[in-house]
Design a protein. Structure first.
Length: 117
């Protein structure tokens, strides 16, 4: 009976920890669905052709389709890189963007891992 009373506080602690972390789980969900376009944004995957720091824009060659010019603003989210300046030519990225006549505004950019030896 003594062994049960010693483990009871530990079990209660784990249960309380679970209840504390439960509200955080929706925040961890991705805002943009994987490889899906919607009415609010479009999805593209491709290789960076040019990076223009003065215009804060990149041009990508889509894996399926043509090229897109995307503008980066302060609200653009990054994954795989921490900032715009880390993007380089020939990197493969996934991007969600809001379309515009002159290209689009990047909402989220995900740099895919480099493959190679």
């Amino acid at each position: 009976m003594k062994a049960l009373s010693r483990s009871k506080p530990t079990v209660v602690s784990f249960i309380l920890l679970g209840f504390c972390l439960l509200p955080a789980s929706p925040l961890a969900a991705r805002q943009y669905e994987e490889e899906v376009s919607s009415q609010e944004y479009l999805f593209a995957k491709g290789m960076i052709l040019t990076v223009l720091p003065e215009a804060r824009s990149i041009k990508i060659q889509q894996k399926k389709g043509g090229t897109i010019t995307l503008f980066i603003n302060p609200e653009t989210e990054f994954e795989g890189v921490t900032k715009y300046e880390e993007l380089q030519v020939k990197q493969v990225i996934k991007v969600w963007y809001s379309p515009e006549q002159s290209g689009g505004t990047a909402l989220k950019i995900v740099k895919l891992p480099d493959l190679g030896c």
